[in-house]
Design a protein around this ligand. Structure first.
Ligand SMILES: [Zn+2]
Length: 263
């Protein structure tokens, strides 16, 4: 009688351990699955296509989705936009706009300036979309003066709305009216979290990319802006390429800007 009681206890404990063990494994699997599910989406936007600038080929060879912002009135605008499409990346319009700082020639002769009438602003944005008809959205090249100006930005967003496009605010000024006006006009909107480059140091670009990944993991999504040409180019492409495996391991999914907006 005594022996069978002990035997019973032994089997009871054995069962309890197995049951608990099984529950723990299941719990661990659930945690892993939820990490995968919660991960983070990172939209990389690469500005200044359209000049056939440094790093154009390297950037387009990256094996991840990203959004290429193409200048509409530059020598290689149409050609570069075609290359972007052939590489399977997303095209948005990189609209030159007047800035409060920097040289006027960085904006170019053609773009959005405060001296223009409403009709002139709408016409130049419309013309840009005619040159790059496959652009699904827009962001600003330079543009701090326009981003602060409700009248000018309102005109830009009116045309964008008619094109069913979305707006990516590069946040080149703290006083940007982008979010407010886009909301008012019903234009889908996202804003930059991190600038990636403006340096020739690959490690610095990697640091900025890791900052963007951290935000994506914390908030679920992040927008990082880099450049082809002298501000980044090959250096930025190299940094991105080298971090792809690390980021994917951490649960980062690379997406286009439009995929981030559709959330
Ligand atoms: Zn730009």
């Amino acid at each position: 009688m005594k022996k069978s009681w002990k035997e019973g206890l032994f089997y009871l404990l054995l069962f309890a351990f197995c049951f608990a063990g099984g529950r723990l494994t299941a719990a661990r699997q659930a945690v892993n699955a939820s990490n995968m599910a919660t991960g983070g989406k990172l939209a990389i936007v690469i500005d200044d296509f359209g000049y056939d600038g440094n790093g154009t080929e390297e950037m387009l060879a990256l094996p991840i989705p990203f959004t290429a912002a193409v200048m509409p009135f530059s020598e290689f605008s149409v050609e570069n936009a075609k290359k972007v499409e052939e590489a399977g990346k997303e095209v948005v319009l990189h609209m030159p706009m007047e800035a409060l700082t920097g040289k006027a020639e960085w904006v170019g002769d053609k773009g959005v300036f405060r001296s223009m009438t409403d009709e002139e602003i709408k016409a130049v944005v419309q013309e840009a979309f005619t040159i790059l008809p496959n652009a699904v959205g827009m962001n600003n090249h330079m543009g701090s003066a326009i981003m602060e100006d409700q009248r000018c930005l309102g005109d830009v967003l009116d045309v964008l709305k008619a094109q069913n496009g979305f707006f990516i605010d590069s946040v080149t000024t703290c006083n940007s009216q982008g979010r407010c006006l886009a909301e008012e006009k019903g234009v889908p909107f996202i804003a930059r979290d991190v600038f990636l480059d403006g340096t020739s140091d690959v490690e610095k670009v990697k640091q900025n990319l890791r900052k963007a990944a951290e935000i994506a993991l914390k908030k679920g999504k992040a927008v990082a802006i880099g450049h082809v040409g002298p501000e980044g180019g090959e250096v930025t492409a190299k940094a991105i390429a080298e971090l792809i495996p690390e980021f994917e391991e951490e649960g980062i999914t690379f997406v286009t800007a439009s995929e981030l907006i559709e959330e």
